[in-house]
Design a protein around this ligand. Sequence first.
Ligand SMILES: Nc1nc2c(ncn2[C@@H]2O[C@H](COP(=O)(O)OP(=O)(O)OP(=O)(O)O)[C@@H](O)[C@H]2O)c(=O)[nH]1
Ligand SMILES: [Mg+2]
Length: 281
Amino acid sequence: MRSGVDSSHIVVLNGADEGVARDAAAEGLLAGRGPLPSQPHRLPWRTLVVVPTYNEKENLAALVRAIHAYLECDVLIVDDGSPDGTGEIADRLAANDPRVHVLHRQGKQGLGTAYIAGFRFAMERGYERVCEMDADFSHAPWDLPRLVAASADAELVIGSRYVKGGCTVGWDFKRRLLSRGANLYARFWLRTAVRDNTAGYRCFWVDALRRLDLAAVAAHGYAFQIEMAFRIKRAGLRVREIPIHFIDRQVGKSKMDGKVAREALLLVPRLRGRVRRNTGA
Ligand SMILES: Nc1nc2c(ncn2[C@@H]2O[C@H](COP(=O)(O)OP(=O)(O)OP(=O)(O)O)[C@@H](O)[C@H]2O)c(=O)[nH]1
Ligand SMILES: [Mg+2]
């Protein structure tokens, strides 16, 4: 690890006996599943973790299992008609576990609209926290309890690669440059103190989302993350960044493309004019 502590070596006790917790963690690490807690963490809020998927058949079942090993929560899979059959895997998971839900959408409609659909699901069903998480294990499941716990005093928590202790693992120079460049660009245009504006590992208060005008959110691709952080800030709400180690995907294909980058380039300079102060709408 290039900087800071590797979160896969943090054992959260959460009321558990230290010896038991350490043994469970060591067993999980040995099995390549991170430091498993002896039991999933239970936090005071009803939490929904939204996982958008497009062709993630190798990752999805293992990811949902890992999420539930670390945190007591519900999971919503938003699948855009993946040609590889991810949607059927999602249905099978939901049929076997009442904590798993699935939304099927027709064709690839972008990450932004998938998350908005997830947010609406959370609002309608009385969840108090809603998380965003990639399906490809780039976002370590063992960071999830830390992410949600940090939301005690911030309406938006971002798992950040660009605060002290955070980093990316396994990205080539080009990908690192693109991500850093996008963040510099966003910080320049939006004058924001948020260091990782494009990060997709997040926890929102559902009540904070209710205060925003979600129908006005313009971005579909990665600019969605920049826009949401900006809208939360503009609404006068608190954003907190906690360090994470972002791990490059091990299996499956990237969906990053030029269209997504172009959208961010064009949209970000216009955001300050579009989003009203104090309301975020
Ligand atoms: N529902 C839905 N999910 C999507 C869409 N595009 C990407 N995803 C999912 O969003 C998450 C992030 O996409 P990734 O392809 O991992 O994007 P990335 O992390 O920038 O790129 P790599 O990690 O390099 O693959 C993954 O879980 C994808 O399956 C989409 O249009 N619809
Ligand atoms: Mg990814």
